[in-house]
Design a protein around this ligand. Structure first.
Ligand code: G3P
Length: 226
C-alpha cells in the first residue's frame, strides 16, 4: 500500500516528503480553505505542491455540470504533469471523467461510498477512486467494511481497457482518521491510503518503539569504551 498525504499545507507536505515514504498528495476544497487559501492563488498553490512531491497530486474541480468540470479539469491538468483531477461521484462527474480520460487526463473520483459508485467510476475511466471511510463511521456505519466491499468488487474485474493508457484503477482509502484505519486498509488490500499529517505521524509511533529506543540509549552508556 502506498501512502498519500491528505492536506493542502505546504509545511506538512515538505516535511512528510522528506521522510521519503509519501507517494502523493490529495487536496480538497475544505483542506484548501483550512489553510486560508485564496481562490486566485489556487493554481499556483497546486503547482507548489506538485514541485514538492514526486507523485500524483489531486486537485478538485468544483463545477457541477460536465462542461464546467471538463473545462476546469483541463485547466488543472495543465498546471503540472503530476496533477490528478478530483471529480465528485455523480452523473455529471462520470461524464466529465470519461471525456477527460479520453484525453489522457487522470481523474480521482471522490466522495465514493458504495460498490456501484466505485464500479461506475472505473467504467468511466477514473485512474483512482476514493472511498471515504471515516464519514461512514461518523454516521455509525462501518466505513472499513464498505471499503473492503469496494476493493473486492473492483478486483473481480479487469478495468485495464477503460482508463488512461491501460492503467488499472487504484483505490485510495480516504477520510482516514487513525493508524487503525491504515492497518485495516492495508489488510483489505487498498492500493493507497491518503492520511492527514497527524495520522501519518501516529503511524510511525509506538510506545514499545519509544521505550525500546530509550532503553537502548541508556544501555549504550554502560558499554565499556575504554
Ligand atoms: O480528501 C478527502 C477525504 O480524505 C476527507 O476526509 O476527514 O474530511 O472525512 P474527512
Amino acid at each position: 500500500m502506498k501512502f498519500f498525504l491528505d492536506t493542502a499545507d505546504l509545511v506538512q507536505i515538505e516535511e512528510a516528503a522528506s521522510w521519503g515514504a509519501v507517494a502523493g498528495v490529495t487536496t480538497n476544497p475544505s483542506l484548501y480553505a483550512r489553510i486560508g487559501g485564496k481562490l486566485a492563488d489556487f493554481p499556483a498553490h497546486i503547482a507548489r505542491i506538485c514541485a514538492l512531491i514526486d507523485g500524483p497530486v489531486s486537485a478538485e474541480a468544483m463545477g457541477l455540470t460536465r462542461d464546467a468540470l471538463i473545462r476546469e479539469g483541463r485547466e488543472l491538468a495543465g498546471i503540472a504533469p503530476n496533477v490528478v483531477v478530483k471529480i465528485p461521484t455523480m452523473v455529471e462527474g462520470l461524464a466529465a471523467t470519461r471525456a477527460l480520460a479520453n484525453e489522457g487526463i487522470r481523474v480521482n473520483m471522490t466522495l465514493c461510498f458504495t460498490v456501484p459508485q466505485a464500479i461506475l467510476a472505473a467504467r468511466s475511466g477514473a485512474r483512482y477512486v476514493s472511498p471515504f471511510v471515516g464519514r461512514f463511521d461518523d454516521s455509525s456505519e462501518d466505513g472499513i467494511e464498505h471499503l473492503a466491499n469496494i476493493v473486492r468488487s473492483l478486483e473481480n474485474y479487469d478495468f485495464a481497457d477503460t482508463g488512461v493508457n491501460g492503467e488499472r484503477i487504484e483505490v485510495i482509502a480516504a477520510s482516514i482518521r487513525s493508524a487503525q484505519h491504515v492497518t485495516q486498509a492495508a489488510l483489505i488490500g487498498a492500493d493507497i491510503a491518503t492520511v492527514p499529517f497527524s495520522v501519518l505521524k501516529k503511524c510511525v509511533e509506538h510506545p514499545l518503539t519509544t521505550n525500546g529506543l530509550a532503553a537502548f540509549q541508556e544501555d549504550w552508556k554502560k558499554v565499556d569504551n575504554a
